[in-house]
Design a protein around this ligand. Sequence first.
Ligand code: LIP
Length: 354
Amino acid sequence: MSPSQQSHSNVTSSIIAVIAASCGWILREKYEQQKRSRNSKYEIPNDLQSGDHIEEMKLAVKLAIQAGGNMIEYLEQKGTDAENGESTLGISSKSNDADFCTAIDIQNEDLVTKALSSTFPTHQIIGEESTGTDKPAPLTNEPTWIIDPIDGTTNFAAGCPLTCVSIGYCIKGEPVMGVVFSPKTEELYLAMNGKGAYRNGERISVNSCQSKTLSNSVVCFEFGSSRAKEGVDKMMGAAKRLLMHGCRSTRSYGSGVLDLCYVASTRLDVVYTGMYEEGWKPWDYCAGMVIAEEAGCIIRSLKGDGKVKEFDDERKVILDSKFDIYSDSMICGVNTTVVEQCRNVVLGIHHNQA
Ligand code: LIP
C-alpha cells in the first residue's frame, strides 16, 4: 500500500470508529430515555400521594412491577426460537384443564405475600393461588390484601399481552385501593377511594360516555373454565340475546381484572359475569372494582343477589347500594342505562323493552 493509500485507509477507519461510537451513544441514550419515560409513567400521581393509604400503595406498586417483571421474559420469548418450551412454565391444573396455574403465578404470589406480611405483619392476605380450589376466606374488618398474582393466566401461558398482576386492599370489609399492572402493555392502573383512578399517571374517567346505550356499546364477557352443557347453553343464550338485541360488538379479553380496567378507561362499555358458574372471585374484582368506581363506573351483582338490594322493582340501579366482591355474578358499565339494558337482555328479562 502506498503512503497515500495508507493515510486514506487510516482516515476511513477513524470515520468508521467515530460513527460506531456515535451509534452506540445514540442507542444507549435512547434506552436511557425509554427507561426514564417508563419510570415516570409508573410514578404515583400527586392526588393519590395525599390519600390515606399511600404507604400501602407505594409497596403494592413496587411489588406489582416486580411481579410483572417476572412475566416479561416468558411473554417476550413465547413463540420465538428463544422460547424454552412450555415445561418452564410448570403448569398445574386446578379444577380442570381450562383452570390452571403456572409456576410464575405461584412465585408472584409468594413474592407479594412475603413482602406485604413483612411490612404489615398484622394485615390479612387472601391470594388466588394460596386459596386454590377452596372457598375464599371471608373478609373481616381487619386490613386485608386481596391478590391475583397473574390474572389472565391463559393469556399469559399463550404469550398474549392481555395479562396482569392485581393487588387490592380492603379496610373494614370494603375495597379502598387498587393497583393493577399489565407488564407487556406497560400500563399501571391505580385508584384510591375518593381520590380518582389513573392509568400511567393520567386520570381516567367514564364521564364522556354518559349518553351511551346498549345498542352502541362494546360488551365484554368471559367464558370461565366450566364446560358443562347447562352452563355453555346459558352463556351462549346470553350472548345470542345480546347480538339479537343489537350492540356495537362483543369481546372476551381473557382477564377479568383488565376487563374492569378497560371499562374504567372506556375501551369497553360494559362487562358482565356469572350467567352460570363462570362468575369471578374476590381477587378478580377487588382492585378492579376500586379503579372502575373511581372512574365513575356502575358495578353491581348481575343477578342483584349481593348483600344489599342493588336493583329496584323496575330493575333500575339503586345508586347508593354497594357491590359485594364475594358475589357470584357482576355487571359493570359506564352508566346506569347501559348496565340496566345489558342486564335485562343477558338475563332474558323484559327483553322487548330493554
Ligand atoms: C381468570 C379471569 C378470566 C375468568 C376466569 C378466571 P385467572 O383469572 O381473568 O377472565 O373468565 O374465570 O377468573 O385464573 O387467569 O387468574
